[in-house]
Design a protein around this ligand. Structure first.
Ligand SMILES: Nc1ncnc2c1ncn2[C@@H]1O[C@H](COP(=O)(O)OP(=O)(O)O)[C@@H](O)[C@H]1O
Ligand SMILES: [Mg+2]
Length: 344
């Protein structure tokens, strides 16, 4: 399978507007630990347009979940937002009080957390779990829906995530992994959010189920006219889904751009290696990975965090951290190789 074939999109009617749904500017999230400050998310900047599908990829430990949680303002000690701002539909959510933020969650921005399908309450029927999610997030002045209204809501949500309404009466252990993930999505979208963050929604599922879940996620997003940030580590899978891709490495967003452009012409050496290591159908080989290990986030090198694994490194990479550069259109890259290409 060539790269071109592997990025054909599920999408026929893209409806990306020019309205900013989410603007993340210089966001840094640190964990204060006994071993030192873990810079899990460091100076992350990107914009997500209304209707856009943005995929955030990066190997395990690169800070994807930390970023997702911070966007929901769900960072808990020892983590804290050290710097930066998060603007959701024109409103800076770092300045909302806890009550306002609680309302914003689910209603405006919803998270399907990593491992959500494994955190369903084993002793509660599915329908009740969905209802609890809805009731939790009712505004104070909203009347509690009647039982019939709630039943109808559950029926509608289950149908929208591709499950039969009868699933409401089942227990979590009676569901397959894919079905549990669908329930987690139903809970996530129950209040019709305008931005959905899905953190590795398909890991631990087999390939066929992964594709089905992605298709459902795409349909949900389009039905809600929402934007989506899909967090994943499988570059090949997210590329089939997203409009835009952001690549994270050691807490930093090292490259952002339209999926087709990033795949056909990756700029950052890390992105190049990631794409180059994607398994092809003919070869049927496993993902090979990139030699070497990422640095410890408590002990980041003086220069570029990727330098010691980078085939293109030169002197400056060891001494200076590369800033994010716009290299035309919506393409950003944080790499010293491109500093000469940028017109000031
Ligand atoms: N509660 C925590 N305390 C200390 N370090 C943490 C905590 N949560 C995450 N980290 C560290 O932050 C880094 C990023 O983690 P995470 O955001 O979960 O990455 P990803 O989702 O990309 O796998 C990792 O080095 C991880 O060990
Ligand atoms: Mg994660």
């Amino acid at each position: 399978m060539s790269t071109e074939q592997s990025i054909q999109t599920y999408r026929d009617g893209a409806r990306i507007t020019d309205v900013d749904a989410l603007v993340v500017d210089g966001l840094s999230v640190y964990y204060e630990t006994e071993g030192g400050t873990v810079k899990a998310c460091d100076g992350v900047t990107f914009t997500l347009k209304q209707g856009e599908r943005f995929a955030l990829v990066g190997e395990s430990g690169s800070g994807k979940t930390t970023l997702a949680m911070a966007l929901m303002r769900l960072t808990r000690p020892p983590g804290h937002i050290a710097k930066g701002s998060v603007t959701l539909h024109g409103r800076d959510i770092t300045s909302l009080d806890d009550k306002e933020m609680r309302q914003a969650r689910l209603a405006e921005i919803a998270l399907v957390p990593q491992g959500a399908m494994n955190s369903l309450n084993p002793i509660m029927r599915i329908g009740k779990q969905i209802i609890d999610g809805v009731i939790d997030h009712l505004k104070d002045d909203e009347p509690t829906p009647t039982k019939d209204e709630l039943d109808e809501m559950v029926h509608d949500l289950l149908t929208r995530v591709g499950l039969r309404p009868g699933v409401a009466r089942l227990w979590p252990h009676e569901l397959s992994g894919g079905m549990k993930q669908r329930v987690a999505m139903a809970i996530g979208i129950s209040l019709r959010p305008k931005l959905i963050i899905a953190d590795e929604p398909t890991s631990a599922l087999d390939v066929v189920v992964q594709r089905q879940i992605m298709q459902t996620l795409g349909r949900l997003q389009e039905g809600l006219d929402a934007s989506i940030m899909l967090v994943g580590h499988d570059m090949g899978l997210v590329a089939q889904f997203a409009d835009t891709i952001g690549v994270m490495y050691a807490g930093k967003l090292v490259e952002v751009g339209p999926v087709e452009e990033v795949f056909s012409n990756p700029k950052h050496p890390y992105t190049k290696l990631l794409i180059g290591s994607l398994p092809s159908l003919q070869e049927k080989r496993e993902f090979l990975g990139i030699p070497g290990l990422p640095p410890l986030l408590v002990d980041l090198p003086l220069g570029c965090a990727f330098a010691d694994r980078c085939p293109s490194r030169f002197d400056k990479c060891e001494t200076a951290i590369p800033e994010k550069l716009n290299i035309g259109g919506r393409r950003d890259v944080a790499c010293h190789l491109y500093e000469d290409e940028v017109q000031s």
